[in-house]
Design a protein around this ligand. Structure first.
Ligand code: GLP
Length: 240
């Protein structure tokens, strides 16, 4: 596990974006595993800036996202599908047909999970971008999720609902469930890149890097992956 500590969020975002940009330059048909939340927004901004200034092309890139809220249609402004278009897809030359997220409005959640797992079997991520929940979750794999899990329906914890409510008008608007890639789907990536910022993540960062490998802190599983880079700012790294 390689840990890069940066001065602040801006530097974290530049460093992480450069890692992804270099992957795409080396392989213009790369499969990118993408993430949502406030942590990767700066990374996406830097990828867009590079696309506009240097012409790095995403035309032949394919993407798979980690998760989606159940009940939110892709047009809903709090859906992760909307987030991805707003923050990245609509700002680079990617073909939307090459982008994939689980659907939050599928009639049958299990059938949708099966579809997504089958897709992931054919699309191994060359790089998987991750954020980190303050309780150590990755994707929406909450504490206690088995390491062998694949895409599944998740009941969000009160902690996560509270954390994520800042992006909604009202805490009651936060969906209670999500579809998320499982830990096994994340671990199949050839390389993993995590961005973490802020003092509220410091305990989770410590557990992930130095703690015991345990489903109680899902991100600790990354200690078992051969190619992981954690880019975190000073505040998030303060307990290391
Ligand atoms: C959500 C997402 C995660 C993300 C986490 C942290 O729960 N499902 O993928 O890593 O939030 O979000 P933030 O980066 O906004 O702190």
């Amino acid at each position: 596990m390689k840990v890069i500590i940066t001065e602040n969020y801006e530097e974290m975002s530049r460093v992480a974006a450069d890692i992804i940009i270099n992957k795409v330059k080396a392989d213009p048909t790369a499969v990118l595993g993408l993430a949502t939340g406030s942590s990767p927004i700066g990374t996406y901004d830097n990828m867009v800036k590079d696309h506009l200034e240097n012409g790095t092309s995403y035309k032949n890139v394919k993407t798979v996202n980690l998760d989606e809220y159940v009940t939110l249609a892709p047009e809903h402004d709090q859906s992760y599908a909307y987030f991805m278009r707003k923050n990245l897809f609509d700002r680079v030359d990617i073909d939307l047909a090459n982008t994939n997220l689980p659907s939050g409005i599928a009639e049958c959640a299990q059938a949708e999970c099966d579809r997504y797992n089958a897709l992931l079997d054919t699309m191994k991520q060359d790089i998987q971008l991750l954020g980190l929940g303050s309780n150590g979750h990755i994707g929406f794999n909450e504490p206690g999720t088995p390491f062998g899990s694949v895409t599944h329906l998740v009941d969000l914890t009160e902690n996560t609902i509270k954390d994520n409510s800042r992006l909604f008008d009202n805490i009651d608007d936060v969906p209670r469930q999500a579809l998320s890639m499982g830990i096994k789907n994340i671990m199949q990536a050839k390389s993993i890149l995590m961005v973490v910022s802020g003092a509220n993540k410091a305990d989770a960062v410590y557990g992930m890097v130095k703690g015991e490998v345990t489903p109680d802190l899902p991100a600790s599983v990354l200690q078992l992956h051969p190619d992981v880079t954690i880019v975190c700012d000073k505040a998030a790294a303060s307990k290391l």
